[in-house]
Ligand binder design. Structure first.
Ligand code: BES
Ligand code: MN
Ligand code: ZN
Length: 497
């Protein structure tokens, strides 16, 4: 989809379709009011007849609206005017995108961007309109033998701004939104691909392909032999049960000054998590193909960073493997030595994410990072604690945590902090090794982070548990592309945006 920005009276826009917001109780948005005036009360008349009560996301297509140059007018309900907020904005924009895609209009002028939202500015509206539109139109069809073609898909959308003075600023917002949406789409595609296609090798190939797009990007891929040499016994203990070779993928982007320390993003890349010998129950096990969504968000974020050529240094590190049962697989009770030298008693092979992350986090120290953020579908407990609205955030550095929480709020991709108090560390004590890999039933998300914290003592570190937010279940099952918006927002801030 191609987005542009334009100012001017809505009724004077030559377009296949003009999109206008209307509120409940027949209240018109400013652009709708302008059209109503030009059409001598046509819009008001339609609403008076009760055809569009105005609940969020309702749509009504009008033809032959007098005094309007556009072929059609699409009215979109926005709820009560006083209650209009970010969520309703998103609902309205998505509804418009879906409706337009199913009508004959391949192009439209969208005036929803002019609706004021408390605490947000025009830049935000424009950027978010791009992201919400791309999100609404996303389809995963790579694995269908026959793709249902949309008869006349929406191809171009013009976003309306109040004045010519907003155009430059608006174009920057669109550019940013487009890059974020592209990063999210990559993360969604990788997440949605099945485990037999999206293997560790596939993730490595994707990273290589990404790096080809920029001279500032470079990829290195370590195989199991190289990991052995580095002493990554924890990571390799997970890979033992799988015939699919594990990979440690590093994607370095150097867009900033040479002497600037990089932000390192570490993404969990378990391309399928069966639980291993501690086998998971069969119900919904297919969803464990999404257990590489942390890795996908790292690649997605780097895609956005590369596209925007941000003047910062970012390193993405992805430990990638499957977790499967096998005669050679790691067994409960096995003890392994991590790259850090610390030994781990593996009491549950299904707590594999922390095992691959701990070695990747030790490896991250080599980059003398400014900060390290790991992103992982780490614990079912996080889904219980926060549901699907917020990612869990745990950190050893409060200011870093706050930056990430703020980035999440700004991008509407929120995280919520859980405590990383030392009090929880005792749950990881083992009789036989330096630590065990599970901490019992209580506070599962926190003890998982406590485990990781034992490998991140040398730098500022934050952990995002995205188990609840990375994909949707049910009829709309699929990857969400989160937390690419949060991560890019954090990096945009670093880049001085
Ligand atoms: N990938 C899972 C976490 C997960 C489960 C995410 C369900 C989303 C939905 C992770 O590897 C795992 O299995 N964690 C265990 C840890 C436990 C054994 C301590 C869990 O959460 O049950
Ligand atoms: Mn697991
Ligand atoms: Zn897992």
């Amino acid at each position: 989809m191609k987005f542009t920005v334009k100012s001017g009276n809505p009724e004077k826009q030559r377009s296949a379709c003009l999109v206008l917001g209307v509120f409940e109780n027949r209240r018109l948005s400013a652009p709708a009011r302008s059209v109503d005036k030009a059409s001598h009360g046509f819009i008001g008349g339609v609403l008076r007849r009760g055809d569009l009560p105005g609940q969020p996301g309702q749509t009504l297509l009008l033809h032959n609206v007098p005094g309007v140059l556009a072929d059609r007018v699409l009215l979109v309900g926005c709820g009560k005017e006083r209650e209009f907020d970010e969520t309703k904005f998103q609902t309205a924009v998505s509804a418009a995108a879906r409706y337009l895609n199913d009508t004959g209009a391949t192009e439209a002028v969208n005036c929803l961007t002019e609706l004021p939202i408390k605490g947000r500015d025009l830049y935000w509206n424009l950027r978010q309109a791009v992201i919400a539109t791309e999100d609404a139109l996303y389809r995963f069809e790579q694995c269908k033998s026959e793709v249902q073609k949309v008869r006349k898909p929406l191809k171009r959308m013009t976003l309306s701004v109040p004045s010519r003075r907003n155009l430059d600023h608006g174009e920057a917002a669109v550019r940013e939104g487009t890059a974020i949406a592209a990063g999210m789409n990559l993360a969604k595609d990788l997440g949605n691909l099945p485990g037999n296609i999206c293997t560790p090798t596939y993730l490595a190939d994707t990273a290589r392909e990404l790096a080809r797009k920029s001279r500032k990007a470079k990829v290195t891929v370590l195989d199991e032999k190289a990991m052995e040499k580095l002493g990554m016994g924890a990571l390799l203990s997970v890979a033992r049960g799988s015939r699919e070779p594990a990979r440690l993928i590093t994607l370095e982007y150097r867009g900033g000054r040479k002497d600037r320390k990089p932000v390192v993003l570490v993404g969990k890349g378990v391309t399928f998590d069966s639980g291993g010998i501690s086998l998971k129950p069969g119900q919904s096990m297919d969803e464990m193909k999404f257990d590489m969504c942390g890795a996908a968000s790292v690649l997605g974020t780097l895609r956005t960073v590369i596209e925007l050529e941000l003047p910062i240094n970012v390193v993405g590190i992805i430990p990638a493997t499957e977790n499967l049962p096998d005669g050679q697989a790691t067994k409960p009770g096995d003890i392994v030595t991590s790259m850090s030298g610390q030994t781990i008693e593996i009491l549950n092979t299904d707590a594999e994410g922390r095992l691959i992350l701990c070695d990747a986090l030790t490896y991250a120290g080599r980059y003398e990072p400014d900060a390290v953020i790991d992103i992982a579908t780490l614990t079912g407990a996080c889904v219980i604690a926060l549901g699907s609205h917020a990612a869990g955030l745990l950190t050893n550095h409060a200011p870093l945590g706050n930056e990430l929480l703020n980035a999440g709020r700004a991008a509407r991709d929120r995280a919520w902090e859980l405590p990383l108090w030392d009090d929880y560390q005792q749950q990881l004590e083992s009789n036989f090794a330096d630590m065990q890999n599970i901490g019992g039933r209580e506070a599962g998300t926190i003890t998982a982070a406590c485990f990781l914290s034992r490998f991140t003592r040398d730098y500022r570190w934050a952990h995002l548990d995205i188990a609840g937010v990375a994909w949707k279940q049910g009829k709309e099952k699929g990857a969400t592309g989160r937390p690419v918006p949060l991560l890019t927002q954090y990096l945009l801030h670093k880049a001085g945006h």
